[in-house]
Design a protein around this ligand. Structure first.
Ligand code: MRU
Length: 358
């Protein structure tokens, strides 16, 4: 299946080109395909904060490349580059709080610097580390797609209706996608009747990004408002909800785009299976439960305005952009290290002690 998946890779949103980072502006899709080129760490941190690039793995990869550009500038200005680089680590770490892939990537970069041998060029080493983070995410996507398809097939071998939330595709990762990677692979295997896509208020990652990616590949797709989920589960024979994650804690709780938790509660009520697909870089074994995950709250204007025009009444808005789904509502967590069914702390610990399969 791997070759078919590779052949199906069309969209990419992150390009490291001659020491500069190019990002496809995800705020403009699908009406405009606009690329920006970045050559400073501050601009990359701004691009993450302002959602030019979004999706947990894509944020981590971009931050890694951002740090390479930070190091280049620090080396050029002389002085204690290690000390100065701490400001760049800090700047990137403050860009968004919930997706742990960002902090995971920064830790990988820091550890690479700590392993520098005498005389080794730090810039060459960090650039190679960033490229490796990018490449390994791509590989993880391919492995997860295969595991996810096996799981779908294990329960039912004929074409099925699936439901997804937010965007977890090529735009959000270094490759094929996480949850959307499984869905795309399932389509290639003839297992998809229709993919229902939550529009995903307020940023509309579903209508703008996921629907665009799926339609571009000829996957049958149907858009719905987020609040149609219960009705869809009751009337459209949805067999799986398949979503990504921004952070998974040691007990298997999952933070993902706001609305994911309600989908899991509804899935339990309707007997619909619930699958989370995420690379092991999304698993935070330092946190015991989802209660400890910092949940990003963005400006109320995202709910009160459309294109800068206020349409809501003159009130305050509460805008948490992620929520936490408890492990006991999840049927399976699919990672590149393997699949954990009915997750709990013991199973997550066993998974994380395994070596990568690819
Ligand atoms: O606010 P976003 O668009 O960065 O949120 C993205 C999500 O919630 C995704 O589901 C998650 O990051 C997984 S992406 C493979």
């Amino acid at each position: 299946m791997r070759e078919r998946l590779l052949a199906a890779e069309k969209v990419k949103s992150i390009d490291w080109c001659e020491g500069r980072l190019r990002l496809l502006d995800q705020r403009k899709l699908p009406t405009q395909e606009l690329w920006h080129t970045y050559d400073s760490v501050a601009d990359v941190a701004g691009a993450i904060r302002d959602m030019v690039v979004r999706g947990a793995p894509a944020i981590g990869i971009s931050a890694a490349y951002g740090l390479v550009m930070g190091l280049r500038a620090r080396l050029a200005s002389g002085g204690d580059w290690r000390l100065a680089l701490e400001e760049d680590f800090q700047l990137l770490a403050e860009s968004r709080p919930t997706a742990v892939n960002l902090f995971w990537a920064l830790t990988q970069m820091r550890e690479r610097l700590e392993r520098l041998k005498p005389g080794e060029d730090p810039l060459v080493a960090l650039e190679a580390q960033a490229v490796s983070i990018h490449e390994s995410d791509r590989e993880a996507n391919l492995t997860m797609a295969q595991f996810g398809v096996e799981l779908i097939r294990k329960h039912q071998g004929n074409p099925q209706n699936l439901l997804t939330h937010c965007n977890t595709g090529a735009l959000a990762t270094g490759g094929f996608g996480t949850a959307l990677g499984v869905i795309r692979a399932a389509h290639l295997e003839g297992l998809v009747e229709c993919v229902y896509v939550d529009e995903t208020r307020p940023w509309l990652q579903g209508s703008r990004l996921t629907a665009w990616e799926l339609a571009g590949e000829g996957v049958p797709v149907c858009l719905n408002v987020d609040s149609a989920a219960a009705h869809l589960m009751k009337t459209r024979g949805i067999s799986w909800i398949i979503v990504g994650a921004d952070r998974i804690t040691a007990n298997g709780d999952v933070a993902n785009k706001i609305g994911t938790y309600s989908l899991a509660v509804l899935a339990m009520h309707h007997g619909v299976r619930f699958m989370v697909v995420a690379p092991s870089s999304t698993i935070d074994m330092e946190l015991e439960t989802g209660e400890e995950i910092p949940i990003e709250e963005r400006a109320g204007a995202e709910l009160l305005e459309v294109n800068g025009q206020r349409f809501a009444a003159d009130v305050e808005a509460f805008n948490p952009v992620f929520d936490v789904t408890p492990a006991d509502l999840i049927d399976a967590i699919v990672t590149e290290k393997g699949v954990v069914e009915r997750p709990n702390a013991a199973k997550m610990a066993a998974l994380m002690s395994r070596r990568r399969l690819h």
